[in-house]
Design a protein around this ligand. Sequence first.
Ligand code: BGC
Length: 740
Amino acid sequence: MKNKNFLAACALVALSATTLHAQSPVYLDKNAPIEERIQDALSRMTLEEKVAMTHAQSKFSSPGVPRLGIPELWWSDGPHGVRAEIEWNSWGYANWTNDSITAFPALTCLAATWNPELSYEYGNALGAEARFRKKDVILGPGVNMYRHPLNGRNFEYMGEDPYLASVMVVPYIHGVQENGVATSTKHYVLNDQEKWRGHINVEISDRALHEIYLPPFKAAIVDGQGWTIMGAYNKVRGQHACHNEFLLNDILKGDWGFDGVVVTDWGGTHDTKEAALYGLDVEMGSYTNGLTSESEFGYNNYYLADPYLEMLKSGEVPMSTVDDKASRILRLIFRTAMNPDRPWGSQATPEHAAVARSVGEEGIVLLRNQPAVKKGNPLLPIDASKYNKILVVGENATRSMSAGGGSSELKPKNEISPLQGLQAMYGDKISYAPGYMAGRSMYGNVDVIPTAVEDSLRAEAVAMAKDADLVIYVGGLNKNHEQDCEAGDRIIYGLPFAQDALIEEILAVNPNMVMTLLSGNAVEMPWINRVPAIVQAWYLGSEGGNAIANVLSGEVNPSGKLPFSFPVKLEDNGAIHYGEMSYPGDSINQTYLEDILVGYRWHDTKKIPALYPFGYGLSYTTFEFGKPVISNKKMDRDGSVEVKIKVKNTGKVAGKEVVQLYVHDKKSSVLRPEKELKGFQKISLLPGEEKEVSFTITPAELSYYDDVRHEWVAEPGIFEALIGNSSTNIKGKAQFELVN
Ligand code: BGC
């Protein structure tokens, strides 16, 4: 009897579960098609609920629909790690004790690896940390093009070449989003300087826009399938980028078919009607309608809050605008916050540290490697048996580079400084002198260091250098205001804090110097011919010191290649060459006068050699390139050619080489850059080992963007495939013809 009752009760439970299930709304059914879930949720929402979703409810969150059990969204910087918790209603840090994370290398370093697999690992580890921290959107990656070396935020981007940045950005996005965390590729678009970033109006040709500045964003959206994108602060052709009809409605949502969310940069909204009509979906970070004070109801004053509601009610803007925005936000929520299948994530694990270290090791670029006294072996890798006293000089050897720089600032659980890494490698042989001092400043108020302090630091370093067998100088830029830092550009191309004078004085007493530059930008190097070894070591995050020590010691053979050119002097850069109207503008407008000739495209075409060219980087081994072999001499419009080349490691240690394919158009009706990167492969070779690399070229790789026809055009004629290991070190050429 008892058993019978029990069975009846079970049946009842089962029945009510089915009934419940049958009645549960479609938007809660994770197996229902996402578009049906969106329409169902939308049909249940009030106008006020839809409008509420389109703007912030705190500094880094935006509302869901609490009445329907639809959760809010949490956004976080980005792009090199998950930023520490910020207070609800102010920019202050919340001082939590459980938000210390892995700091990954800056994106310039990731680009310098030329290794898409590492980009995936980077994104995947970052996404896991974001997920563990309960973030739904990570504000990154950044792919504004490296137009000139003064931009304070170049370190957050992927260099000067649209092809390299496009290839590298896609796996980062896939890696992050596999965690059920959205990326927000930023800053769309033409935010290529920090000076006047909030209002400068950029004028640019369609051709430069399509050939140089748009491709990495397009790759992020079309190939990467990024779920959100962040608008830029600046104006483009007279309209703010965060509500720009041409950029957002026509190109992004029209041509590229973007179905995700456009979020403002924080405080990048300026007009309700434009925001309603011209493609913006979520407004974040605004001050309350121009008032700098914020009340607890401040968010109602946002452009897309009460003023938007009123415009909708009065019919000034159509209801379809809010339905579209709310649909996109719901789609984002279903992909992230309401995705029951997403993993739990993890934070500051040894595995994530290993990813950070590998990216650092593969991204460090060996720029120069000569013997110290004109003969003998190159100075690197360091032969520790030769040296008893190794002096490390420079504030960057001990300074946390995760602090500073603006919104990308991080609070790492561990951060190995270069000095700590070198001490772990060389023990008691290491001594240290700071040599100079920079203070700390982020958004202005640069610290002035008293001359007496500077003099004594310099004197101490020089005296110690005299007595040392080897000097490892660790300097460069830092994340202070007017260095590599948001909200201000660099003001000089040379090294700051009188480092050049310090370097000269040290060289005068000890020429055995390894120069380790930490920066996200090119710098002037007046001492270049007197420093035997130079290494570009970026900002490397948690594992920086270990990565540097591993490369300098030869534990790891360097294989990074520059993602941007280092001009000899600032005026050698195309954007700077054209003067004030080109950079920084007259404070209202600027025109990109160098047009498509950005970076190496400028240096090559104008025959202005760079100090270090794009794609350049040395190794501790040597590689021999064979002759390129081409599959066919003629190619028609539906066809392709295949170019193959053999590469052999002819040295004594294992190493990695980046085989780069550039295309040169022999004759064209329009100006073309001398050459353009159209393919690359990073290969790993043991001593004596040989591998064949192959590239496929189609008409797409031969095209330019025609401003008049508004389409990509490949003109018939002769082209050359150039294969090398930098943009200037071309090892072999193969010619072919595109026929009609
Ligand atoms: C930056 C963005 C950042 C946002 C939120 C802005 O100042 O330009 O890159 O994601 O702040 O911190």
